[in-house]
Design a protein. Sequence first.
Length: 73
Amino acid sequence: MEAGGIRELIMAISPTIEGETTIFYLSKLLRGKPVQISTIARGVAFGGELEYADELTLGRSIVTRIPYKMQED
Protein backbone atom coordinates (compact mmCIF):
# COMPACT_ATOMS: atom_id res chain seq x y z
CA MET A 1 0.00 0.00 0.00
CA GLU A 2 1.20 3.51 -0.75
CA ALA A 3 2.35 5.69 2.12
CA GLY A 4 -0.57 7.80 3.28
CA GLY A 5 -3.08 5.62 1.44
CA ILE A 6 -6.56 4.86 2.69
CA ARG A 7 -6.56 1.89 5.07
CA GLU A 8 -10.16 1.88 6.24
CA LEU A 9 -13.51 3.09 4.97
CA ILE A 10 -16.05 3.59 7.76
CA MET A 11 -19.60 3.57 6.43
CA ALA A 12 -21.94 5.81 8.43
CA ILE A 13 -25.06 5.24 6.40
CA SER A 14 -28.60 4.98 7.77
CA PRO A 15 -29.59 1.38 8.63
CA THR A 16 -32.37 1.24 6.05
CA ILE A 17 -32.77 -1.01 3.03
CA GLU A 18 -31.36 1.80 0.88
CA GLY A 19 -28.40 2.26 3.23
CA GLU A 20 -27.60 -1.43 3.38
CA THR A 21 -27.83 -1.66 -0.41
CA THR A 22 -25.42 1.27 -0.75
CA ILE A 23 -22.91 -0.38 1.60
CA PHE A 24 -23.19 -3.64 -0.34
CA TYR A 25 -22.67 -1.86 -3.67
CA LEU A 26 -19.64 0.11 -2.48
CA SER A 27 -18.04 -2.94 -0.86
CA LYS A 28 -18.51 -4.84 -4.13
CA LEU A 29 -16.71 -2.04 -6.02
CA LEU A 30 -13.84 -2.16 -3.51
CA ARG A 31 -13.49 -5.96 -3.49
CA GLY A 32 -9.84 -6.95 -3.83
CA LYS A 33 -8.56 -3.54 -2.71
CA PRO A 34 -6.40 -3.29 0.43
CA VAL A 35 -9.10 -1.34 2.30
CA GLN A 36 -10.87 -2.50 5.47
CA ILE A 37 -14.59 -1.74 5.24
CA SER A 38 -16.48 -1.11 8.49
CA THR A 39 -19.90 0.14 9.46
CA ILE A 40 -20.61 2.16 12.57
CA ALA A 41 -22.16 0.24 15.44
CA ARG A 42 -25.88 0.66 15.66
CA GLY A 43 -25.94 2.97 18.68
CA VAL A 44 -28.06 5.28 16.60
CA ALA A 45 -31.71 4.27 16.79
CA PHE A 46 -32.79 1.98 13.95
CA GLY A 47 -34.29 4.13 11.25
CA GLY A 48 -32.83 7.20 12.93
CA GLU A 49 -31.05 9.83 10.94
CA LEU A 50 -27.37 10.48 11.70
CA GLU A 51 -27.91 14.23 11.68
CA TYR A 52 -29.95 13.88 14.89
CA ALA A 53 -27.38 11.75 16.75
CA ASP A 54 -25.48 13.41 19.56
CA GLU A 55 -21.67 13.45 19.55
CA LEU A 56 -21.30 10.84 22.31
CA THR A 57 -23.58 8.30 20.60
CA LEU A 58 -21.94 8.83 17.23
CA GLY A 59 -18.46 8.63 18.78
CA ARG A 60 -19.27 5.33 20.49
CA SER A 61 -20.69 4.00 17.23
CA ILE A 62 -17.41 4.72 15.46
CA VAL A 63 -15.26 3.27 18.25
CA THR A 64 -17.31 0.05 18.27
CA ARG A 65 -17.59 -0.16 14.48
CA ILE A 66 -18.15 -3.54 12.90
CA PRO A 67 -16.10 -4.97 10.01
CA TYR A 68 -18.38 -5.38 7.00
CA LYS A 69 -18.58 -8.92 5.65
CA MET A 70 -20.23 -9.25 2.27
CA GLN A 71 -22.32 -12.37 1.82
CA GLU A 72 -20.78 -14.58 -0.86
CA ASP A 73 -23.06 -15.69 -3.68
